[in-house]
Each structure stands twice: as structure tokens, then as C-alpha cells.
Design a protein around this ligand. Structure first.
Ligand code: 6A9
Length: 785
């Protein structure tokens, strides 16, 4: 009975939040406390949409489709790689007041702009301006339907106001956090020169069981019984929202029904159209934010954005040409425009619970790695994101870090992948949903904290850093538990060694069982996961963590001796070498139960007599082990081997540093004209698939987060005295040029920033747009480390 009781108590702790006062007050994101950041493009998963930073926000958005296309109806709404847009992304976005995005569809370009204006008690007003232009001067410019929508999420209500039977002139509404509001739909114009533009109008007013259903509702409501007739000579049937009856499988959805209103405008390019949101609490509006007033405001905002960008990153001063500077602005803007506000519950599995449990409800304000493929928060990605954001707007960073740390449980664990709310959940295959409480992810927030400590040191009195110290104070108890969690749950077999938990269990199915928790997924580790393993990257993360904990404790006047002791021990280069230096490989690496003699082979199936071949199960690839594993160093050379250098653990006079610098520059190992590849060209697992369905990921490709760390380290070792100072400086210049040139070139050619880059051609690959850590290029261009 006692054991059972203990198990259930421990299981419960997994879903119990940390008990220290939250970093964020309960009302910190409300319109009353943070009006400037109330409304925002906090729905990075859709091409264009806005919401407020509140749990059940009213959401607004845009869908569109091309009419009269031979290819049928192509409704665009959530960012999908399958839409095969030539490119899309924010060209400018200041994270607070305005943003301008360009979307290149197959035959036309949409520009989607928002501008906010403060006033009243509910986060003020905003206006959207959408322009449509043709790519080429083909004779018959495309006709497009824009579908502007507003949806409530379990609270609030909307009323549609219709003129001339089919045109929604405006929507009025009310919700808990917005009070009364009005959304006005302007008529399209053909630009300054032609104020009158033919358009057809339709609308839909219905109910939705959840925000994840909006696309389908619109799709199911379409019919092509409507006539587009700009002149008497021309009459064509087009698709428009009509009436909506839920299909049988959706009739069973018994969630609360919420208002959903769609305004459809069908118009031929070129056009310009505006939508105004006006808060009922603004009484002293000098004018409406539209037309020439909006144009003027936009000009002002763009100007100050450009000035701030140059002030912050100085790309022009460094000699980058205007196109490169525009690229830098787009990278930063997509990071900022990729920030989302999510609310919901993670599904977590503890070792002590039989079934997955629901984590407490929580909010997360975070940037996302990729708006199309994974538009949600990832723990170690976020540390990298905030390195860039903190240079632009430290307040945004404090809020993001605070949200993440407020999700920590009483044990000190933070779910790695945050799938919060129905919309987020609808994008994730079920096998990836559950988060395991024994699993870590690199604690990259310590890099951000280091940045804060440096900012404080350099400009203690500057107004934008005034809030940093009280912020760190509130964060501190949570960081202590977080640090302790890594230090205990991820401890390795030897004193002062560390081991990632949660490696793949089904060893026989993989060429090398993955270590998702390390962030480096399929990067080769010990072939046979065991408790004897020790991981050098995690060791180095702990060096960083203990160093920052020491500095923070000092700064806050808290006891620091314990952290300092840990840091002195872990950073001791001889200990590190004892644990991780392989004389055979002449490099740092993991240790564990390992053999290199593995390969994937067709499963051997014995045909029972009398059975026909075609009745047999399909053959799989399985792992064959030609030589038994033994305890030894895992002689793989790649990103993991670089960590003592990447995180500045090596002393500048270390001979091992010399080895690393040499190996980095070696084209037969990590060096390419496009950046450092993840795994040595000469490694047996280089570019090998892990299973028949699992192509190589961190087995050769160039990743920008690690290249950023490498450049940061080269910069570090080139600026402190030591025998390899000059060598580091040379490598720094060369690597920096290679990385910048390639990402820029790829962006120019493909319209996107990518998840990773091919080490053989430099081509962007994987998910796109990926303006999470790949956007660190801006810091590399600016040489801000
Ligand atoms: C699977 C697919 C529509 C993998 O950038 C986020 C993470 C990194 O933290 C990690 O280091 N990415 C890297 O190795 C992407 C992970 C995506 C998992 C989602 C579901 C959704 O299908």
C-alpha cells in the first residue's frame, strides 16, 4: 500500500507546478497591464491573423483563394508547405506596433500589413491593409477571394452587419477582455489612381466548435453558384461561402459552440483593401486609422524601424549592401512575427503514472522554430531565439523566458515541446504528443541569462534594462530547481558525469537509437543505450549552467559557493579529458556500450513450407550487429565533439583546442564552403538513414544554431590571449563569410530561410520557412555574440 501511495504521490508531483511565486503576475499580459502587447500577430501558424495575449482570445484572420483556376479550389489559411508558396514572411516587424508581410502565391503577391494604435482600456485599435499585385503582366489578371474572419473562443459574441444583402460592412462584438468592439471592412480600391473597383461579396455567419475547425467550416460551406460579373459581357461562376451544415463526423463534436463570421471579397488584382478594428473604449479618436492617415503612420513606423535596426545591428555600417540588409531585416522580422501566445495543457507521462496525465493549464508566449511545420514552442530552440530577440527588445525576452519558467513543475522539469490548445494539437501526430517527465533538453536559457548579465554589467542604468534585476530575482528560485533537476536526474555513472535520459528503446530497429532530448536527435551516440553512458554535450551544458548560476547568485546576494564548487569541478579540463577525451579519435566524445559494426539490413524472414511468398509480411530494415558492443568511447566526430569549445569550457591554452580548430578546418571532417557540417564526412554513420522511413537529420547537414555557437566561440578565443588566438581569428572570418553568404544566397534563390543546409551543395532543406535559430544569421552579420 505504501509503495502504491508513493507512486501516486510522485505521479502527482509531475503535474504540480513549482511553488515559488510566479515570475509573471496573473494579469501581466492583460490590456490593463500591458496594452502595447495586447494585440499582436500572435498566431504564427496562420499566414495572417491576430489575437490578444489572453487565454480565450477573439481571433481574427485571413484566408484566400484564387478563382477560376484550372487547378480547382486552393484555400490558404494555416501555413502549409504543401501550399508551395514561392515565399512568405515578414519583411518588417517590430514585435509590437506594426508588421508588413509579403506572400508570393503562384500568380500574385499579397502584402499584409498591420498597424496598431493605442487608446482606451482594451489594447487600442488596429488596421490591416492588404494589397494584391500580379507577378507578371499576363493579359488576364487573377481574380482572388479574400476571406476575412473573426472567431470567438468559448466566450464573447459577434454580430454581422450586412448591406446590399451580401456585403458585410462591419462586425460588432464583445468579449471579456475586449469589451465592445467594431470591425469595419473597407471596400477594395484599385490603388490610388482607381478608387472604384468591382468586387463581389459574400458572408458566412455560423458557429464553430473550436479554432482548429475554421478552415474546414469554410471549405464545407463553399458553393459555386455565385456570379462574378465585372461587365455585362463577362459572367463567371465563382466559389463562395454559402450556408454551412456540419458534415456527419463533425456533428459529434460536442465542444462549446462559438461565433464565427466570415467576410468574403472577390476581386481582381491589383487591389488594396483595409480592415479596421476599433475598441469601444476609445472615445477621443482624432481620426480613423485608414487611407492616407494609415499611409503616413506606416511611413513613420518604417522609418523608425529602419533606424532602430541600424542602431542595433549596424549592418550598413559593416558594409552589407541594401539587399543583404533587407535580408537581415526579414530574418529578424520573421523571428518577431513568429512569436505566438498559446494556452492549454501538455499531456505528460511520468515514470510513476500508468497513463499520461494532463499538465496544469498554462500560457506560453514564445517564438516558434517554423510557422508551417512546427508552430509551437520548443525548449532549447527558445534559448537561441531569445539571443536574437533580447538584442532588439529585452522586454519581449523577459516575458518569453518568464512564461517558460512559469511552466516548470515542482520537480524542476519543463516540458520540451509545448503543444497547447486544440489548434496546436491538431498539427501534431498523436505519437508525438506525450512529453516524458524524465526527459531533458539543453538548458539554452542559460545563454540568454548570460546575455542579461552582460547587458546589466555594461549598461546598468539604461532604461531598457531597468527591469532586468527584479526579473532575475523572481526567476531565481525556479532556476535553482531547474539546475538541480538536471544535476540529479541527468547524472551519469561516474561522479561529475552526465547522461541524457530518454534515448530510443527499441534498439534493433534503428541504425543508432535516437537521443531526441539532446536536441541533436539522430546524431550518433553509443550504439547500445545503457546506464553506463556519459554525454559530453550535456557535461558542457552543465558547465555553462553552473557558471551562470554562480554569477546570478553573486549578483543577487544569494549563497553561491555550492554553484561555484560545481562549476570549478565540471570545468576542470583534466576531469573533462578523463571523462571524454578519446586518444584514439583525438577528440572529445561520448562514452558507452558501443560498437561501430552495425548496419541496416533487410529482415530475414523464413518462409514456412507451403506458404506463398506474397502472403508474407513486408520486409523491414532491421539493424544487424556484426561485432558485440563493449564499453568504450563512441568514436564519432562532429558537433558533439565540439561542445567543450562551443561552450567555452576549454582554457585558451589547451592543446585540445588546437586539435579542434584543425579538425574544424578539415574538409574531410567538418569544413564546407557553407558552414560546419554536423558529422564528419569520414564517420561511418555520415548521411546514413536511421530506418527506412527516417532519413539522416543531424548526420551531415549544416545547422545554424551550432554554427552560431562555433562563431561565438571562435570570436571568444580570438579575443582572449592564447597560443591559438590568431588561428581562431582566421577561422572566424572564413566561417562567418561562408555561413552568411550561403544563407543569403539560398534565401535569394528560394524565397526562404531553411531548417538546415546541405553540406554538399549548400541548398536549404528540411522545414521552411524556418526562422527560428536559422535567423541567428542576423547576429552573425552584426557580430553580436
Ligand atoms: C514532429 C511533425 C506536421 C528537431 O526545431 C524543433 C526541433 C528541434 O528542437 C530539434 O533540435 N526540431 C530538432 O532536431 C523539429 C522537431 C519537430 C517535431 C515534430 C511532428 C509534425 O507534422
Amino acid at each position: 500500500f505504501y509503495a502504491l501511495y508513493m507512486r501516486s504521490a510522485l505521479a502527482k508531483r509531475a503535474v504540480t507546478l513549482h511553488s515559488s511565486p510566479r515570475v509573471l503576475d496573473a494579469n501581466s499580459t492583460t490590456a490593463a497591464v500591458s496594452p502595447e502587447r495586447f494585440w499582436g500577430s500572435y498566431r504564427p501558424q496562420v499566414y495572417f491573423g491576430m489575437k490578444t495575449r489572453s487565454p480565450r482570445s477573439v481571433v481574427t484572420g485571413l484566408m484566400w483563394m484564387r478563382q477560376f483556376s484550372a487547378k480547382g479550389v486552393n484555400l490558404r489559411h494555416t501555413c502549409e508547405q504543401g501550399d508551395r508558396l514561392r515565399s512568405y514572411g515578414w519583411l518588417m516587424h517590430d514585435g509590437v506596433n506594426f508588421g508588413m508581410q509579403q506572400i508570393q502565391d503562384t500568380e500574385f503577391t499579397l502584402t499584409t500589413t498591420f498597424v496598431k494604435r493605442m487608446g482606451g482600456d482594451h489594447g487600442g485599435d488596429w488596421t490591416w491593409r492588404i494589397t494584391g499585385k500580379q507577378h507578371s503582366t499576363a493579359p488576364d489578371p487573377p481574380v482572388i477571394s479574400l476571406m476575412f474572419y473573426v472567431a470567438t473562443d468559448t466566450q464573447g459574441s459577434l454580430q454581422a452587419h450586412v448591406e446590399n444583402r451580401t456585403r458585410l460592412s462591419h462586425i460588432t462584438g464583445t468579449s471579456e477582455e475586449l469589451g465592445n468592439f467594431k470591425i469595419t471592412f473597407g471596400k477594395p480600391t484599385g490603388g490610388e489612381a482607381s478608387p472604384n473597383k468591382y468586387a463581389s461579396y459574400n458572408y458566412l455567419q455560423t458557429l464553430s466548435p473550436g479554432l482548429d475547425q475554421l478552415t474546414d467550416i469554410v471549405k464545407y460551406s463553399l458553393s459555386n453558384r455565385f456570379v462574378f460579373s465585372p461587365s455585362t459581357a463577362e459572367r463567371r461562376l465563382y466559389f463562395a461561402v454559402d450556408t454551412y451544415t456540419p458534415p456527419p463526423h463533425l456533428q459529434k463534436d460536442n465542444r462549446i459552440q462559438s461565433d464565427f463570421v466570415v467576410h468574403q471579397v472577390t476581386v481582381q488584382v491589383p487591389f488594396q483593401i483595409e480592415v479596421l478594428f476599433e475598441s469601444g473604449s476609445v472615445h477621443d479618436r482624432p481620426n480613423q486609422l485608414m487611407g492616407s492617415v494609415l499611409t503616413e503612420e506606416l511611413t513613420r513606423l518604417k522609418l523608425s524601424y529602419n533606424e532602430k535596426f541600424e542602431e542595433t545591428f549596424g549592418l550598413q555600417a559593416k558594409g552589407f549592401n541594401p539587399a543583404q540588409v533587407r535580408f537581415g531585416k526579414a530574418a529578424l522580422s520573421n523571428m518577431l512575427g513568429g512569436m505566438g501566445y498559446f494556452f492549454g495543457q501538455s499531456v505528460v507521462q511520468s515514470a510513476y503514472s500508468e497513463h499520461p496525465m494532463l499538465y496544469p493549464e498554462g500560457a506560453l508566449f514564445t517564438a516558434v522554430p517554423s510557422r508551417s511545420f512546427f508552430p509551437r514552442g520548443f525548449l532549447w530552440d527558445e534559448g537561441f531565439h531569445q539571443l536574437l530577440i533580447s538584442k532588439w527588445d529585452p522586454q519581449l525576452t523577459r516575458e518569453a523566458v518568464a512564461h517558460w519558467l512559469d511552466l516548470i513543475n515542482v520537480e524542476g522539469w519543463i516540458p520540451r515541446e509545448q503543444i497547447l490548445g486544440d489548434e496546436a494539437l491538431s498539427k501534431v501526430p498523436s505519437e508525438f504528443v506525450v512529453q516524458h517527465t524524465e526527459n531533458a533538453n539543453p538548458p539554452t536559457f542559460f545563454l540568454v541569462l548570460e546575455e542579461f548579465l552582460e547587458q546589466l554589467e555594461a549598461h546598468l542604468d539604461a532604461p531598457q534594462f531597468r527591469d532586468t534585476l527584479p526579473f532575475l530575482r523572481r526567476l531565481y528560485p525556479r532556476l535553482q530547481t531547474w539546475f538541480e533537476w538536471y544535476n540529479t536526474t541527468q547524472a551519469g555513472p561516474l561522479p561529475n558525469s552526465y547522461r541524457w535520459r530518454g534515448r530510443d528503446k527499441d534498439t534493433n530497429l534503428f541504425l543508432n537509437p535516437k537521443t531526441l532530448t539532446s536536441g541533436l536527435d539522430d546524431y550518433p551516440r553509443a550504439s547500445h543505450p545503457s546506464e553506463d553512458e556519459r554525454h559530453v554535450d550535456l557535461h558542457c551544458w552543465m558547465v555553462l549552467a553552473s557558471r551562470i548560476m554562480t554569477s546570478m547568485a553573486r549578483l543577487l546576494g544569494e549563497p553561491h559557493q555550492e554553484y561555484e564548487r560545481t562549476h570549478l569541478t565540471l570545468s576542470n579540463n583534466s576531469l573533462l579529458s578523463e571523462l571524454h577525451w578519446s586518444e584514439q579519435l583525438h577528440a572529445f566524445c561520448d562514452y558507452g556500450n558501443h560498437t561501430q559494426a552495425v548496419s541496416l539490413q533487410q529482415e530475414k524472414i523464413v518462409v514456412p513450407p507451403g506458404q506463398m511468398r506474397h502472403q508474407l509480411p513486408v520486409k523491414r530494415l532491421v539493424r544487424s550487429v556484426r561485432k558485440a558492443p563493449k564499453l568504450q568511447y563512441v568514436n564519432a566526430f562532429g558537433y558533439v565533439s565540439l561542445f567543450p569549445f562551443l561552450l567555452h569550457v576549454l582554457t585558451p591554452d589547451s592543446q585540445k583546442l588546437e586539435h579542434i580548430l584543425k579538425d574544424i578546418r578539415d574538409p574531410a571532417r567538418l569544413w564546407t564552403p557553407y558552414g560546419l557540417r554536423s558529422l564528419s564526412l569520414s564517420d561511418p554513420i555520415y548521411m546514413k538513414r536511421n530506418t527506412e522511413h527516417d532519413p539522416p537529420y543531424w548526420r551531415g547537414a549544416i545547422w545554424i544554431n551550432i554554427n552560431y555557437l562555433a562563431l561565438r566561440a571562435l570570436h571568444h578565443y580570438s579575443s582572449i590571449e592564447g597560443p591559438y588566438q590568431e588561428k581562431a581569428a582566421d577561422l572566424y572570418q572564413e566561417l562567418r563569410t561562408n555561413v552568411i553568404n550561403n544563407i543569403y544566397k539560398q534565401y535569394h534563390e528560394t524565397g526562404y530561410i531553411w531548417e538546415q543546409y546541405s553540406d554538399s551543395t549548400g541548398r536549404g532543406q528540411g522545414s521552411h520557412p524556418f526562422t527560428g535559430w536559422s535567423a541567428l544569421t542576423v547576429l552573425i552579420m552584426a557580430e553580436e555574440y
